[in-house]
Every structure is written in structure tokens, then in C-alpha cells.
Design a protein around this ligand. Structure first.
Ligand code: URA
Length: 210
């Protein structure tokens, strides 16, 4: 059990995230920045992927060249805001498989309810990256991981842009075996469960639905 949270502090990520946070950043720019940051996050998150030696031919000679071993990753987007990170990572890893999970919070019980679930059939042979820009209360992330663990992937990592300390604590209390990779850990949650200082509602800013 590792309880790990990795803060990815690359200067390009930090700069782009500050632009995303600004309230006057347009929908188009927000989406573009999220895609760019997601590629940089993916670069860090995939550092440990196993390689194997494959015999190839260059125009000049035969060589044993390193290639990714085994089946490619499966990326799981938590709808709807996960789509932005998904698009960025897919630019870098186009052959990854993709699944979606949709959860909404029952307004009466506040319990997350699943409304959509579709993942590739061979998830149990793949390493899984679950993506959602925000870990706020952590409730939807926790519920999504519970559901996705049922599919028995080889491993699970959770990739986000921003996390609140409260959400990280709840997440690791429930899933100590799932590492979180995030570009920032903000101060706290407000009374509506939004991250402060945060960037507002990631889905609304990405899709212009405010
Ligand atoms: N989801 C968001 O999009 N923003 C927050 O601040 C918290 C949850």
C-alpha cells in the first residue's frame, strides 16, 4: 500500500495551469491548454512503462531497439470533464484503448450513481490510467475506482490537474494502492465542494456550458 501522490511541477505545466486558472481565459484556449498539459502529464506518468527489445532494420543496419512491452494502456475518462485530459493523452499514445464511466451525485443522498459504463473487454491485460481534471471531495474518483477495480486491470493510476487536500485524504483512505498524479494541490474546498483557488467548473470551462 503506497498512499502516493506525485506532484508534477514541470515549469511548462505550471505556466499553462496558471493560464487555465485565469477567469478570462476563453473556452478554446482552456481546452487547448488542458490538452497540452495532459500530454506533459502523460510523459511523466508513463515513465515506468516496461520496454522490450525488438529486432528492427534501419536503412543501414539491423539493431535491437526498445519498444513498449505488452498491451498498450487503457485510458478511462470520468465523464464529462475527463474528456479533455483523455484527448491530450491520446495524442501522445494514440493506440491506447479507451473506456468511459459516468457518475452523477444523487441530490438527496449525495451518493454517486453510475449512469454509463463501457470499457474494453481485455482491461485485465492492461495498465489503466483514470483521468479527471479535478479531485475535489474525491467522492466520484473513489466510486469510479471501486467500479473499475472490478474489471481487474494490471494496475491503476489516477491522473488529474488539480486536487484538494481533503479529496486526496479521502481517496487514499479508500484506495491506498492507487497513486495520484496531479499538477497542483490547492488550498481547500469551498462550501459547495469547489476547489479553492481552483479554476472553477472544469467541464463548464472546457465546453462553454456556464
Ligand atoms: N469539479 C470542478 O470542475 N471544479 C471544482 O472546483 C471541483 C469539482
Amino acid at each position: 500500500m503506497n498512499h502516493s501522490t506525485t506532484l508534477i511541477e514541470h515549469p511548462l505545466i505550471q505556466h499553462k495551469l496558471s493560464l487555465m486558472r485565469q477567469k478570462d481565459t476563453s473556452t478554446a484556449k482552456f481546452r487547448q491548454l488542458l490538452e497540452e498539459i495532459s500530454m506533459l502529464l502523460a510523459y511523466e506518468v508513463t515513465r515506468e512503462l516496461p520496454l522490450e527489445s525488438v529486432s528492427i532494420e534501419t536503412p543501414l543496419a539491423r539493431m535491437d531497439a526498445p519498444m513498449l512491452a505488452g498491451k498498450k494502456l487503457v485510458l478511462i475518462s470520468i465523464m464529462r470533464a475527463g474528456q479533455g485530459i483523455l484527448d491530450g493523452i491520446l495524442k501522445l499514445i494514440p493506440s491506447a484503448r479507451v473506456g468511459h464511466i459516468g457518475l452523477y451525485r444523487d441530490p438527496r443522498t449525495l451518493v454517486p450513481v453510475e449512469y454509463y459504463f463501457k470499457v474494453p473487454h481485455d482491461v485485465h491485460e492492461r495498465e489503466m490510467l483514470i483521468v479527471d481534471p479535478m479531485i475535489a471531495t474525491g467522492n466520484s474518483a473513489i466510486a469510479a475506482v471501486h467500479r473499475l477495480k472490478e474489471t481487474q486491470p494490471l494496475s491503476i493510476k489516477f491522473v488529474c490537474l488539480l486536487a484538494a487536500p481533503e479529496g486526496i485524504a479521502s481517496f487514499h483512505a479508500e484506495h491506498p494502492d492507487v497513486p495520484i498524479f496531479t499538477a497542483a494541490i490547492d488550498d481547500k474546498l469551498d462550501q459547495h465542494g469547489y476547489i479553492l483557488p481552483g479554476l472553477g467548473d472544469a467541464g463548464d470551462r472546457m465546453f462553454g456550458t456556464q
